[in-house]
Design a protein around this ligand. Sequence first.
Ligand code: FE
Length: 187
Amino acid sequence: MNVVDTLKHLFEAHGEDAYFGEAVSQIEHALQSAALAEQSGSAQPLIVAALLHDVGHLLHGLGENIATKGIDGRHEEVGEEWLRAHFPSAVTEPVRLHVSAKRYLCATDPNYASTLSPASQQSLLLQGGKMTPQEVAGFEANPFWEDAVRLRYWDDTAKVIDLEVPPLQHYLPAIEACVKRASVAPE
Ligand code: FE
């Protein structure tokens, strides 16, 4: 099965799973994130990153309410490791960094932490809390840190009940295009 079919299968099999502690499902959250990225005029790899940023949740099968059970599923690393075989770093790095971006914004934006949902505030503690100044500097040294911060804001916003957004099918050409680029110039 190629990567596009695998992704379709993953969303079909697990997309209706709850998005931990939130009112929307995994597929609703993914599609809303991608729609926000597209509306912002982002490049294709970042739209694909927004769509797939939580694919680690679909892959690792640890079930619902990981944070409330006190386990950090490291879904950003699970997702990035799997995506790396198929996509360039313009897709995989924002995915890998989207949890760090939360810790980054908690350290650099005084109003940010209060905007997080209760579930996201709870998982923040498991993820290490806000960044230290050294961690902030290290984060800003990554060429994709600003994309990761953009993705983070969309991630935090993409939780609207019954929002009308384009379906998964709308993004398949973008996914395909990013896969092809990766296979032409492997990293
Ligand atoms: Fe998310």
